[in-house]
Design a protein around this ligand. Structure first.
Ligand code: PLP
Length: 457
């Protein structure tokens, strides 16, 4: 009721600091989420929204699965916590599930967030290099401009998303950047399909320039998400892997958003012919029912951490909550549900349905520059006109997000500074229905019509 809502709002505004959202905006919207089911969330005043972002790209199996609450409760009664310096059943099961999904050549290190999964990846790559290349000093990570790998200083240094990064400079010199395959706006000014994969090849130049004996790994998000959904051309990831292999550099994929069915396969890198050495997962691993994430490493890397006690080759890091039994138990059931309900396949078919509908309806507006994606990870890039590709004014892009919300649909917007913040992004729960896709298309159509009218000179 409105009194209870007012209490929460007052209590929150007095005491709580929120991520990324402006406090003044939150004060105005007073959004308090009190319930959620399937792809729908409910505000304290009873307003319902179709959540086409699945929270923060994460509630892959949809909201409101009561059985997961039951599983968490049972595990907490049986054994709520003991550090993962010992073994526990749910974490062992989860490790086995992930290894099976990856084809059987991997071990998993458990952490609590996507950022931490990537950080652990950086550290594992460095420690691996210390073991394997004792005469060298391989510590650098090569990453792409405009990528997002997390919110900690290390992952921010790896990424490159406008103010989210620049406000915290300087960073240390371990992270070296190359251009990303954001083909609609090729950073090298080349024509898609005729570029000879020049941006991938620059990774080789970079390794040579930095000195191979200083480079530990290359990190890529197979399909870049936050920058506005950039699907690499076929052959890009294979070329990156080939270069990595040539110089004994590990290939680290960030599947924090891409993973667990989002793009129509269990992991996005499985769309291409690559086999990562390190993989960071979070979000969909547990559909955000509890916090758990993981750094998955190929056995060749894992085996480097074996050895006699005196060698001190063990993983030189620890986190209190890693392998948390309740979170792991929920993640195990989450993955079972994905397999039982064939949610990756569903993401492929429903994603194709949504994509067709979006292309059919939205390209009627001159401000629709590009619609791209894979499975249920989609970006709609807005421009002043298709010919010039000039980015649509940020206020109008934000206006689309707000129009959708006022009409009961939550969509996202890309980040990445002036170059890349004009894309509407969609990442709904994988259980989204056809009817909900139709609603999403309908509302976006109206939102773009309004933005297009405002954009007229
Ligand atoms: N990597 C990618 C690709 C992400 O999109 C995110 C978060 O959105 C992260 C890492 C960081 O995950 P977390 O917010 O759980 O730390």
């Amino acid at each position: 009721d409105s009194e209870a809502r007012a209490r929460v709002v007052a209590q929150d505004l007095q005491n709580v600091m929120h991520p990324i959202v402006q406090h003044r905006a939150l004060e105005k919207s007073q959004m308090v989420v009190t319930g959620a089911q399937g792809s729908t969330i409910v505000d304290a005043d009873g307003t319902t929204y179709l959540d086409a972002m699945a929270g923060l790209w994460c509630v892959n199996i949809g909201y409101g699965r009561a059985e997961l609450a039951q599983i968490a409760a049972e595990q907490m009664q049986a054994m709520a916590y003991y550090p993962h310096t010992a073994m526990n059943l749910p974490a062992a099961q989860l490790g086995e599930q992930i290894n099976t999904l990856m084809g059987g050549d991997y071990h998993t290190y458990f952490v609590n967030s996507g950022s931490e999964a990537n950080e652990a990846g950086f550290k594992i790559a460095r420690q691996y290099a210390k073991h394997e290349f004792p005469g060298e000093f391989r510590y650098k990570t090569i990453s792409r401009y405009f990528s997002y790998h997390g919110t900690t200083l290390g992952t921010l240094a790896a990424g490159g998303m406008g103010e989210r990064k620049t406000k915290f400079e300087p960073y240390d010199g371990s992270f070296v950047h190359v251009p990303a395959p954001t083909c609609y706006r090729c950073p090298l000014g080349l024509e898609s399909g005729k570029c000879g994969m020049a941006c991938a090849k620059l990774i080789e130049t970079t390794i040579q320039g930095e000195g191979p004996q200083t480079v530990a790994e290359v990190i890529v998000e197979p399909i870049m998400s936050a920058v506005g959904v950039a699907v690499p051309p076929d052959g890009y990831l294979e070329t990156v892997q080939e270069i990595c292999r040539k110089y004994d550099v590990l290939l680290h994929v960030d599947e924090v958003i891409n993973g667990f069915g989002r793009t129509g396969k269990m992991f996005a890198h499985q769309h291409w012919n690559i086999s990562p050495d390190i993989m960071a997962v979070a979000k969909g691993i547990v559909s955000a029912y509890l916090p758990i994430a993981a750094t998955v490493v190929k056995n060749k890397v894992f085996e480097s951490f074996l050895g006699e006690v005196a060698e001190a080759r063990q993983v030189m890091q620890v986190n209190t909550y890693g392998g948390h039994p309740a979170a792991a138990a929920v993640a195990v059931r989450n993955i079972e549900i994905m397999l039982e309900e064939k949610l990756p396949e569903r993401a492929a078919t429903m994603g194709a349905y949504l994509m067709d509908g979006l292309k059919d309806r939205l390209f009627r507006h001159g401000i629709t520059g590009d619609i791209r994606g894979k499975g249920l990870l989609i970006g709609i890039e807005l421009v002043t006109d298709r010919e010039s590709k000039v980015q649509l004014d940020g206020k109008l892009v934000q206006g689309v997000v707000e129009f959708c919300k006022a009409n009961g649909v939550i969509v996202g917007r890309s980040g990445g500074g002036a170059r890349h913040s004009n894309t509407i992004v969609l990442s709904p729960p994988l259980v989204i229905t056809r009817g909900e896709c139709d609603t999403l298309i309908e509302v976006l159509d109206k939102a773009l019509a309004e933005a297009a009218a405002k954009a007229k000179p």
